[in-house]
Design a protein around this ligand. Structure first.
Ligand code: ADE
Length: 275
């Protein structure tokens, strides 16, 4: 349950964070306790284009959580607890194809989950019921459309559709792994997209990823392989325009949900009460 200003509500969540908060009007910080522990950081809630938005830095404001230790369950739960129903999820990714060079913005349409050992479900035994949610189309169609339309209007059009492979990390991939993922159809690679997207679906939230290509993965680059410094440098170079695009996407999100995301749990026996 939210503590701090308890009346703080938001309708849109943005997970990803750094460098985004300073443009919020009337931002307040909210500590939210969840049955899964605290989220990565307190939520920062404010307004963009008349929409109430909750920001959550996925890795913590000081970047303390590695991808395999991010409290994904607490993060999605905390967002839902303050009223969020649509989530935008920017993230840095590597490219598995020269068709998606560094600096490309991508709105993925499919995901390959290669993570393991992460807490990946809310329906993890009693008291939670046995719940199998549909995940054929992992991302919100309305959110994807808004992201594509708003990014095109802002002059930095996102690529429509790609399969994202999510690896466990924290290490980068070997060249063989990288080429194997590409052969399997993946075109971008990251470490945080799962179980985040699946947990959003398990809470009947709309979830829209926005991937920024920060590097060419080991399978297609000819140098020494990916480095963390490279990823951070490219992210930093692009964070200004990414923030601008995200604000435009927030403004373009539907005010009423008509997609199927909100009915993902209809008829299922949850056993737990969602916030
Ligand atoms: N995040 C950014 N670049 C990446 C890469 N090459 N592999 C996995 N995760 C990444």
């Amino acid at each position: 349950s939210p503590s701090g200003p308890s009346d703080v509500r938001a309708e849109i969540g943005v997970i990803g964070g750094s460098g985004l908060y300073e443009f919020l009007d009337d931002a307040v910080t909210v500590d939210v306790a969840t049955p899964y522990g605290p989220p990565s950081d307190p939520l920062v809630v404010g307004e963009i284009a008349g929409r109430r938005v909750a920001f959550l830095p996925r890795h913590g404001a000081d970047h303390r959580w590695p991808p395999h230790r991010i409290p994904y369950r607490a993060n999605l739960w905390a967002l839902r607890a303050v009223g969020v129903r649509q989530v935008l999820a920017p993230a840095a990714v590597g490219s598995l194809t020269h068709e998606l060079p560094i600096g490309t913005l991508v709105v993925p349409d499919q995901v390959l989950d290669r993570t393991s050992g992460r807490d990946r479900t809310y329906y993890d035994g009693p008291p939670a019921g046995v719940v199998h949610v549909g995940f054929a189309d992992p991302y919100c169609p309305a959110g994807r459309a808004a992201a594509l339309q708003a990014s095109a209007a802002s002059g930095w059009p996102a690529v429509d559709g790609a399969t994202l492979v999510v690896i466990d990390g924290p290490r980068f991939s070997s060249r063989a792994e990288s080429q194997w993922y590409a052969a399997a159809g993946a075109r971008i690679i990251g470490m945080t997209g799962m179980p985040e997207a699946a947990l959003a679906r398990e809470l009947a939230l709309c979830y829209t990823p926005m991937a920024l290509v920060t590097d060419l993965d080991a399978g297609i680059e000819t140098g020494e392989g990916v480095t963390m410094a490279e990823v951070f440098a490219v992210f930093k170079e692009n964070v200004g325009r990414l923030r601008t695009v995200l604000m435009d996407v927030v403004a373009a999100l539907p005010t009423e949900r008509t997609c199927a995301c909100g009915s993902a749990l209809d008829g299922l026996n949850l056993g737990i009460e969602l916030p």
